[in-house]
Design a protein. Sequence first.
Length: 248
Amino acid sequence: MRVFIIHLSPKTCQNFSLKETHITTLLESLKLQGISYEIFDAIYSKISPTQLHPLILEHLHPSFMVEDLLAFCKNEKHPPCALKNFFYALKHCGKRMGFGELGCYASHYSLWQKCIELNEAICILEDDIVLKERFKESLEFCDKHINELGYIRLMHLEENVAKQKTPVKGVSQILNFKDGIGTQGYVLAPKAAQKLLKYSAKEWVMPIDCVMDRHYWHGVKNYVLEEFAIACDEMNTQNSNTEKQRPK
């Protein structure tokens, strides 16, 4: 199974004054477990100080481009569905996405497309993680069951997450959760990628983990390994660029 690591390039970090995530330890851990990998050049929301990335522009909700939200809401040119989606996002997230969150969505979206292109299951990892000792065995386990399940998380954030066991021993289904339980790492099959892409063809108003976890939107059930295969790298997570620089 191909493993992709989402990582902002040093050049992008330098151009936009972002802190680069150090991934040497992660790459060494993968090599020690005999796992090959590909580094995916993460998408940042901007390609210049004044120009947004084309993929962001394609999916950006119009509310992200205005300062006066009240005037935006009063403007009758925006269809009711646009306002409904926007207010749903505010209700559940309390804020508009930042540039980092938009770039994160675009990066995962692009790898879903890659999954379809390859027509095979892939593993997607963010760069602020550490591998557990049995990561390779966990990946091999996922490889056996991914075509049946479609999507398997390798971990989740938060402790208060309601889950139930599944017929596949070692895998639980997430039922209820607090918004934002992360996209640190998961395995994805083409059939699930297709569903996520179809749903995400519309404008993006919520962070990607909030979207992926809502299985009732797109039909991709939320499975997770009972014994996590990865964990957050606390040092790199604290320095994450995802929450920085919100659209104004």
